[in-house]
Design a protein around this ligand. Sequence first.
Ligand code: FAD
Length: 659
Amino acid sequence: MAKVIDSKIPAGPVPEKWKEYKAHQRLVNPKNKLKLDVIVVGTGLAGASAAASLGEMGFNVINLCIQDSPRRAHSIAAQGGINAAKCYQNDGDSIYRLFYDTVKGGDYRAREANVYRLAEVSNNIIDQCVAQGVPFAREYGGMLANRSFGGAQVSRTFYAKGQTGQQLLLGAYSSLSCQVNAGKVKLYTRYEMEDVVIVDGRARGIIAKDLCTGKLVRFSANAVVIATGGYGNTYFLSTNAMGCNCTAAVQCYRKGAYFANPSYVQIHPTCIPVHGDKQSKLTLMSESLRNDGRIWVPKKIEDAKALQAGTKQGWEIPEEDRDYYLERRYPAFGNLVPRDVASRAAKERCDKGFGVNNTGLAVFLDFSESINRLGIDVIMQRYGNLFEMYEEITDVFPGDVANEINGVKYYKPMMIYPAIHYTMGGIWVDYELQTSIPGLFAIGECNFSDHGANRLGASALMQGLADGYFVLPYTIQNYLADQAVWPKVSTDLPEFAEAEKAVDAELDRLLNIKGKRSVDSIHKELGHIMWEYVGMGRTAEGLKTGLKKMHELEKEFDSNLFVPGTKEGLNIELDKAIHLRDFFTMGQLVAFDALSRNESCGGHFREEYQTEEGEAKRDDENYFYVGCWEYKGKGNEPELIKEPLEYEAIKVQTRNYKN
Ligand SMILES: Cc1cc2nc3c(=O)[nH]c(=O)nc-3n(C[C@H](O)[C@H](O)[C@H](O)COP(=O)(O)OP(=O)(O)OC[C@H]3O[C@@H](n4cnc5c(N)ncnc54)[C@H](O)[C@@H]3O)c2cc1C
């Protein structure tokens, strides 16, 4: 335990070691000894902003991504917005209030100091992005516009229509390109990190695969930063981009980096419902829609049954027969309760038989009231592209008037249901964003740092950009300051050769199984197990069953997988097989953590631990800690190490969104 809370890992120059290195001629080039190189893996908002900032500060940056351009990182999918405590609406917002809302939103399971720092730098992010030319929405008078997201009673979300992530990424990409042009960042697209190389207990480089040629390449540097996103795709169906994977993070975990709070997985309430077993992707409808859309199911079970049978439509049900259950249960926050609360409430209604589509697993998100109040033009200005996206997928346009009852116009409502969306857990980092391996840093969604057990909307982009622009570039220097006399090592070292050999052997192993099942068929089965036993409602018994089933399926993966082709050249199936190998490790880790946490908090809901009203019941006496896991080998149970949480500024209490 002590090793975790000791957040200042000594990074001294170790002169004796330095002499030893010289004696063994392990340096690439002694003339280079003051050159500091940093590898940044990932070009999402966290990775691109960090690589650009480090380049600008004079470091030599090697930046890799699996896509053909940094602009295609998953961050581009972010729709709704980014939080900052600017208080442009003069509605009582402040840094303290953003800090408080985020800690409360995370169900008091985040590190207080980290969240305060996040709130403090939030305003700088907006200034930085505006300076880059990010076209945030503006009021008529020219001020930046805001909207509200869940878990807040102020308007602090900055947005660019429904494309905030894309616009922010274009801003970060322009800074990155500037550094590429200046020669400070060397960009490697279509490269995937397969392993981290540890030399004398420090991260000194990585092994990457050139995804086009299949060749393994060694990179060495003074420090390694991973910014490789979350592990939501462990569940197969999620709102994440298809390419999202946790290979880099899991490989760091296997090499000794602790993995923190893996059971904290976010299930987003407003996704387009699953509509068949051939589906491989789910689509998010942004949380911003809950500003003006009202969530409801019928009050009468017979109406619900008619909707499920297709004999009735939502717009035929009059106002008095609608149950706006979030407004009813949580009058203070209404439709803007945090995601974990809204998701569970939707599940509760559907479990009771009030679902509104043919599977009974959907609720309505209705814009009738806001269109009647504000007019379709205003609503289209705010959510136009989201309405169009919804129509493209479902053939229903939510701005179409469908019925008129007692002089009130009813528009076609959207149908939504919760789906896996974001992972709050991640590689454990100290306050400086350094992992438990010296010289290895983790930023953005792939670390665990700021969101506790539940992330509030519009705060992932805030955290990714805070880490990349304003935290890591400074904190990494505490480590790098000593590295000036410790130049980067040669990639000829045996540690690199061994790591490369191990990666190569894994590729051969996967290709040589020559079984009968495709990667996707096994992944889909893993996803079913995850959703069924490690999903929205968890029990000790279910988690044990889930673990057993995962273990059996992993054996099937190891003995009956079929990967076509060879390791030379492009082989997407082989890349997917590597990802699936790591989703197995991840899935089991999520289940172990969920099983060990005998309480409900945020996105982790154990059915045994709930209040009479069905709310999450925390156990602060026994579980007020960050659960960190240390890898103990394939098939073995990982070891739990606890980092106790300490709150000084905020009183820990039960979350209340009712009044
Ligand atoms: C549909 C959707 C909408 C969202 N909307 C919002 C929103 O409105 N507001 C908000 O705050 N958050 C939102 N989020 C969450 C937010 O988009 C993500 O949490 C955030 O973008 C993650 O950024 P990142 O830089 O950490 O990772 P990512 O954007 O996932 O980038 C990961 C990078 O790592 C690279 N990579 C991965 N593995 C490897 C490897 N092994 N080797 C080399 N490179 C690798 C990838 O190529 C990529 O460049 C949304 C998420 C989704 C799915």
